[in-house]
Design a protein around this ligand. Structure first.
Ligand SMILES: Nc1ncnc2c1ncn2[C@@H]1O[C@H](COP(=O)(O)OP(=O)(O)OP(=O)(O)O)[C@@H](O)[C@H]1O
Ligand SMILES: [Mg+2]
Length: 555
């Protein structure tokens, strides 16, 4: 039931379109219900014209009824076009809204969400689950309303003609109910399993394609291909099972419905013989019964697809209910800071049975100070920077910037103050210019160039075929490691933040480049607070103070 309420909430903005479409759809069903009635009229007119009466009045009657029927079919076609177009349009809008909301939500989730699951699972949400739901809404849910309307209308009108006969058709309803129950019980777990295996297939493909250099250099193509093939095999097997159920469903339903018609015919023939039923009534009745079989035969299928859509919807809802980063929008805005930083008894662990990454950490950094942070791999140096950016929250203690606890400030105002050159460079598949300009709205070419000069990137950029307009490929693959790092540095410098975190920012620089950078940046670095995470002696020389971290503690 809560699924339904959430779905309705999504549909609410489209209620005008949905209402209009539904009205047209009901009119279409009503037109469909008029057809058997017209069939009765036609039979009557034909029987009358067959009687040997003088004059062509009766023949004209047939012509009028036939013309009326044609008009009715035309009206039905027009109404069908109108409601299909409008309702599918509304369904597409709902799905687009859902995709956007889902994406925005995924983007707002903390990084830990992604550390704990495969990217493929998230991609499957955005692709397969949204697709299933969209197919359900425009294909199944929208088709259901007219089916039900036509079916119930047909039953009522059948009762109007001959209640005893109609009752024999209604007997079939519990039989169908049982069928859907049995089928539903098999389809639901199957659909969930299928989705799980499908997500795994996406995850394998996604990871492998992004790891292609490793696969090629370790010549693991055969194994990775086999792994993917095996996974697709699982998906295939489940698909076969699911299709078998669906393939059996419709003929089974049709058989039951046909048996019902045979029953009706048997009863009707005696009614007809004893004069309780006119031939024209029988024709109407049979046409209503035919109208009824289609929706009824489709009902089991609708039920199965509803179960699948419910699974997809539940997974989407689960992701939507994940809490976004704490105080993402709320909290006070951190005003422009001088850059004084204080870690007070900060404690943090990544969880999952690992020892704490930072323990009882006390560190005071004066505004404008350049502090070098050194220590062995895994000491917690990068983690320190992550906590300052509030990518993770400390489990105890406080972090203050200019005396303000960052736990209560809005994320945007906090992160605006801090420039980072991360240890693992992150570049977009865009031009050099767009990559450098990423952290700052509409910088001038002069500003971009001066940041590039400071990061020792300008010279190699101008040597590129299209200079600042050169596209650098996925994650910057078309650049060397050191060049990527220089771009990353230029991007952080252009942001011109009060606090700069350089996490091994010159690790891939050649010694001459590093020396030049450090020399050129001496003044630039003076004006801000710099956390210089490094192993390089040359970088250490520019620091005011060196702090050594080991196993999450300052020593
Ligand atoms: N996302 C994560 N989930 C779980 N544990 C993590 C995660 N990131 C880091 N760790 C662990 O936390 C500890 C500190 O990692 P951190 O990246 O801060 O080290 P570091 O001092 O920057 O090391 P390096 O010199 O290698 O860059 C390590 O033991 C690491 O294995
Ligand atoms: Mg690190």
């Amino acid at each position: 039931m809560s699924d339904l309420r959430a779905l309705l909430a999504l549909a609410a903005p489209q209620r005008a379109l949905l209402a209009l479409g539904t009205v047209l759809m009901l009119l279409e069903s009503a037109a469909a219900l008029l057809v058997p009635w017209a069939g009765g009229l036609l039979t009557e007119a034909m029987l009358r014209s067959a009687e040997p009466t003088p004059g062509g009045a009766a023949a004209a009657g047939v012509g009028v009824v036939l013309a009326g029927m044609l008009g009715l079919f035309a009206l039905q076609a027009l109404l069908k076009f109108g409601n299909t177009y409008i309702l599918e349009n509304a369904a597409d809008r709902i799905v687009s809204d859902l995709k956007i909301r889902l994406y925005d939500h995924l983007q707002a989730l903390p990084l830990t969400y992604y550390h704990e699951r495969r990217l493929g699972d998230t991609l499957a949400l955005l692709t397969n689950d949204v697709y299933v739901l969209s197919g359900f809404m425009s294909g199944t849910a929208l088709a259901l309303v007219p089916l039900l309307f036509t079916a119930s209308g047909a039953v009522m009108l059948m009762f109007g003609i001959r209640p005893a006969l109609a009752l024999s058709a209604v007997i079939l309803i519990p039989v169908f109910y049982l069928l859907t129950k049995v089928v539903g019980r098999r389809i639901r777990p199957l659909a969930a399993q299928l989705q799980e295996e499908y997500a795994t297939a996406i995850a394998i493909a996604q990871e492998n394609l992004s790891m292609l250099p490793a696969i090629k250099t370790f010549t693991r193509e055969a194994q990775e291909s086999a792994r993917y093939r095996e996974q697709i095999g699982r998906v295939f097997q489940l698909n076969v099972r699911q299709r078998r159920i669906y393939a059996a469903l419709e003929p089974a339903s049709q058989l039951i419905a046909a048996a019902g018609i045979v029953l009706v015919l048997a009863l009707a023939s005696s009614d007809l013989g004893e004069g309780r039923l006119l031939p024209s009534q029988l024709v109407s009745f049979l046409l209503y019964a035919a109208l009824l079989t289609r929706p009824v035969a489709g009902l089991a299928d609708v039920y199965g697809r509803t179960q699948m859509a419910r699974g997809a919807f539940a997974r989407l809802q689960q992701a939507m209910e994940e809490p976004p980063e704490a105080a993402g929008h709320a909290g006070i805005a951190l005003a422009a800071v001088r850059g004084e930083i204080e870690f007070r008894a900060v404690h943090f662990g990544y969880g999952g049975g690992r020892p704490p990454a930072l323990e009882q950490l006390d560190l005071h950094i004066a505004a404008g100070e350049t502090i070098a942070i050194v220590g062995p791999n895994g000491a917690g140096k990068s983690t320190l920077g992550h906590l300052l950016l509030r990518l993770h929250l400390p489990s105890a203690g406080q972090i203050l910037i200019d005396g303000v606890d960052i736990a209560g400030v809005s994320l945007a105002s906090l992160r605006r103050q801090i420039g980072v050159v991360p240890q693992h460079v992150l570049l977009f598949n865009a031009s050099v210019r767009d990559n450098i300009a990423y952290g700052r709205p509409d910088p001038s070419q002069a500003e971009i160039e001066s940041a590039a000069v400071a990061a020792r990137a300008h010279d190699f950029i101008t040597a590129l075929p299209q200079g600042y307009d050169t596209l650098i490929g996925d994650r910057g693959v078309k650049l060397s490691g050191g060049q990527q790092q220089r771009l990353s540095l230029a991007r952080a410098l252009l942001k011109d933040p009060a606090i700069l975190i350089l996490d091994e920012a010159t690790a891939m620089f050649d010694p001459a480049g590093e020396a030049e950078f450090l020399h050129a940046c001496r003044d630039a670095l003076r004006r801000r607070t710099v956390l210089l995470i490094t192993h390089r002696p040359a970088s250490l020389a520019v620091a005011d103070r060196v702090v050594r971290l080991d196993q999450g503690r300052i020593i």
